[in-house]
Design a protein around this ligand. Sequence first.
Ligand code: FPP
Ligand code: MG
Length: 305
Amino acid sequence: MTQPSPARQSAAVASSDFIEADRAEVDSALYTLLPPESEPPSVIHRAMRYSVFAGGKRIRPILCIESARIFSRPPRGVLPVACALEFIHTYSLIHDDLPALDNDDLRRGRPTNHKVFGEAMAILAGDALLTRAFEVLASAELSAERRAALVREVATAAGTVGGMVGGQVADLEAGGKPIDASMLEYIHRSKTAALIRASVVSGAIAGGAQSEDVERLRRFGENIGLAFQVVDDILDVEESSATLGKTAGKDASQQKATYPALYGLDKSRETARSFLERAHEALAPFAARAQRLHAFADYLVARRT
Ligand code: FPP
Ligand code: MG
């Protein structure tokens, strides 16, 4: 592997402090952007808040904020955009856990939404988070042109053509059947990498990036999104349910299409490293301005939960 650049070396030194600071900022913005539990109909607001404040790592909002920071310091007006991405991510987890999909009882170390609030309310809480996300995006304090670009970017990433829903459908259809490498990459790219890529791209748009730089960050987001899902597949094999906060070993028991299933663990680790390397390369033109994104990319691949 090539030597890390000076920007990346100092990024490693500077790591983790900003992650905690970003997380705290995101948590308090999420808090104010959701209706209070007391707001009628109270049960839906309790269900939404239950899953949003269940201890997620806030990966997508942090990617969004740190992508914006390359172009705007401090990154003004980006927090609501970052939160909208977490709302969409949380909706996807609530729906993914439903009996009709993955049928899981445990998420982020707690009972899943439908186990606490019932299936009907869990479906509605997911719907409501998705809807609130677009309400927040449409209210972002940006030019009308940038706001429209953001809404389009996120809607596409969450949608059926190369987006999260499309990937989820392919994932469901692939379960229990032999699949090839290109189908596996399609599933990962759509189901997981699309929203991660959109988080990075939205940050760039909200931060005021010009189109050439938006495209560089799109390449970063795509590769770090793929690396993230390969690592997620590996952790499902290697870690316990207690560490992951969700049912471990589920991919194998449900005969899911994963990198370890197709290639084994060693080759999967190598694949994650090569996506990570491509992600770092995409940031090269930003030199030290992308220090935090370099560090966060390393964190995402090194994580154990
Ligand atoms: C874990 O994220 C989530 C994934 C690896 C994505 C899996 C994809 C889906 C569940 C898509 C489902 C789509 C639909 C439409 C139902 P994370 O490690 O960031 O979780 P955290 O927020 O708990 O930290
Ligand atoms: Mg699933």
